[in-house]
Design a protein around this ligand. Sequence first.
Ligand SMILES: NC(=O)c1ccc[n+]([C@@H]2O[C@H](COP(=O)([O-])OP(=O)(O)OC[C@H]3O[C@@H](n4cnc5c(N)ncnc54)[C@H](O)[C@@H]3O)[C@@H](O)[C@H]2O)c1
Length: 336
Amino acid sequence: MKFLVTGHAGFIGSHVAIQLLERGDEVVGLDNLNPYYDVRLKQARLDRLTSYAGFTHCQLDLEDNEGVAELFRAHKPDKAIHLAAQAGVRYSLENPRSYIDSNVIGFLNILEGCRHNGVKHLVYASSSSVYGANENAPFSVHHNVDHPLSLYAASKKSNEMMAHTYSHLFRIPVTGLRFFTVYGPWGRPDMALFLFTKAILEGRPIDVFNRGEMQRDFTFVDDIVDGVIACADNVAQVNEDWSGAAPDPGTSGVAPYKVYNIGNSQPVQLMKYIEVLEQCLGKTAEKNMLPMQPGDVPATWADVSDLKNDVGYQPSTTVETGVARFVEWYRDFYKL
Ligand SMILES: NC(=O)c1ccc[n+]([C@@H]2O[C@H](COP(=O)([O-])OP(=O)(O)OC[C@H]3O[C@@H](n4cnc5c(N)ncnc54)[C@H](O)[C@@H]3O)[C@@H](O)[C@H]2O)c1
């Protein structure tokens, strides 16, 4: 099977690409290696992929419609896993345009590529942030998600709607995955675990938002990768029991369309997460207790029952194990 994996120099994309290559699939990667965070880390992730014979690297902007169309024509992937995006809630207040360019225009180019090249299944990254102001926990794909709190969340919600439209009009099977705070080796420098680890090792205080009154459904990257690949293998179908009179948001009766939560389904208090990190590092953090950040939400918690039922998803990594794995990688990578 030939997969297009976008965002292969990114955190989740690099792990997904390796797993596909390891099982013998071909991977064509699209990434622009942009400088949103340290490009050396992206390059190091990419270097891990280039040793596989089945891997092809294409450095390209998602918003380059001609370039993306040409990539699809030239490589004719069987399936696509679209993970490239401008990520991050907080940065979407500073640089809103990059979210529209990469996440909305870029997503249209991916949909067009799938439409014109007979792609058999598109799996794409959505986000837990689409739940926005919804406080009905655990978050379910059958809940309404019409109240995003950041442009990042709004861009991911638009992806789900654009995917439904293309899936309906052009019969492209599509699966959207709402990721819940992914962490682990090769993680992102703009996310809490990386920021905390770096600050603690450098003897600087860490910023703790909402004065620590936060809860996250932290999900280890290996569990995410298993779920992403299981979804890619399980092509989305029309829900024959769906009714337009009482439309279920997670499926469709008029398109081969699915949306899933992909989380650990065991939310952890932020202060507990920090405590686990302190134990792994053998150092206590000096904590800067700060108010809630605009655009952020106090708690996330995934209901993953659909993903369990449909593809046998079974996350198994505790935060104790996962944080230790991250710290081990961090110390090794940065020689600390
Ligand atoms: N990590 C998480 O906790 C999390 C949570 C929810 C959703 N997501 C989503 O999962 C996906 C992967 O996230 P990640 O954590 O691996 O992020 P990442 O930033 O590490 O990876 C994204 C990759 O996409 C590339 N990219 C960005 N814009 C591009 C563009 N316009 N053209 C080409 N390439 C571009 C980047 O260079 C990067 O390598 C993203 O869609 C993100 O929004 C991640």
